[in-house]
Ligand binder design. Structure first.
Ligand code: SF4
Length: 329
């Protein structure tokens, strides 16, 4: 009997449905929450270690082993997505993991989520070169709005970030889908949209994907735009801009969902009961019983946001005391 089947996952989670990537198997390469930004909308809560220093925050070998083990189990997914409970390009060994996924594991579709802040560094551009899809964020193109929405490390400058995105796009063979997340009254003024348009023209990403606050944010006052407002901005930005659509699930994840699988997923992403049913394909009673058991042990907590109950994990020292998300997928 293969005992690895029931081993709780430490670094990988899902597969979870992603609005952009189909069924996405996530791999989280940083401890919670190391980032060089402290975005007001972040689903992971406040940044705990705000730094621009690249380092080996976690050894890469156990991550590789866990990933290899999962593939041997025959897990189905559309995309392997490298992400972090923070900013993955801060990991010194990101390039090693990307090469391992492509050259050793032969992953067909490898994506990376990044806040784009370190793409001005040629070593980081080399590290991401082998990915198939890059999902960088650019929420503002004016320094003042950048500081308001992303609350960056002092040394970061939005002009350098835009230049880094441009430089990468010149050499990148994969698809770059630039995500812009707009927060009401913070980075959605007409002058912000004009500046974003200029930046997009300079960077020339394959697509621009507009998003807004739709999960519990780091600060309560970060509010979403209405659909009509996003549509007006979509029109202003032009041709290759889309509003990120709802995900569609093609296949189910693990054949048998355990509390450990659900816990690994909720650790990175708070979900309501409908999203959980959709991902796991479990019936309502079975799922509610499992969630109740997890709640009874103190592992799981709930938080209500705009009338929806989100479930999140609360029993790890590494985890925040509020809902978390892998983000941005
Ligand atoms: S949203 Fe991403 S970039 Fe922003 S603080 Fe959270 S982890 Fe960092």
């Amino acid at each position: 009997m293969d005992s690895s089947k029931n081993k709780p996952l430490t670094y990988c989670f899902g597969p979870v449905p992603s609005r952009r990537l189909g069924l996405s198997l996530g791999v989280d390469i940083l401890p919670h929450k190391v980032c060089n930004l402290d975005c007001i909308y972040c689903e992971l809560g406040p940044t705990l270690q705000k730094t621009c220093k690249k380092d080996r925050y976690r050894p890469i070998e156990p991550i590789q082993e866990e990933l290899e083990g999962l593939l041997k189990r025959g897990i189905h997914f559309d995309t392997l997505t490298i992400t972090a409970s923070g900013e993955p390009t801060l990991h010194e060994d990101l390039g090693r993991l990307v090469s391992f996924a492509k050259d050793v594991l032969k992953i067909g579709r490898l994506a990376l989520l990044t806040n784009a802040t370190l793409l001005s560094d040629p070593d980081v551009r080399n590290a991401v070169a082998q990915t198939d899809i890059l999902l960088p964020s650019l929420d503002a193109a004016r320094e003042t709005s950048f500081r308001r929405v992303n609350r960056p490390c002092q040394e970061l400058s939005i002009q350098r970030i835009i230049q880094g995105l441009h430089d990468l796009q010149l050499e990148y063979k994969g698809s770059m889908w630039l995500e812009v997340l707009l927060v009401k009254g913070i980075n959605d003024a007409p002058e912000d949209i004009d500046a974003l348009k200029q930046a997009v023209n300079f960077i020339q990403p394959a697509k621009v994907q507009l998003n807004t606050v739709n999960r519990p944010p780091a600060v309560e006052w970060a509010k979403p735009l209405f659909l009509q407002e996003l549509q007006a901005i979509q029109g202003a930005l032009g041709g290759n801009t889309e509003i990120i659509a709802d995900f569609r699930i093609k296949e189910r994840g693990p054949a048998v969902w355990t509390a450990g699988d659900i816990s690994a997923m909720l650790t990175r992403r708070p979900m309501d009961i409908h999203a959980l049913m959709s991902v796991t394909q479990l019936d309502s009673k079975t799922l509610k019983d499992m969630l109740q058991d997890m709640e009874d042990t103190g592992m799981l907590q709930r938080r209500i946001l705009e009338g929806k109950t989100f479930y999140f994990i609360s029993n790890s020292a590494e985890l925040p005391r509020r809902p978390v998300d892998a983000s941005q997928q």
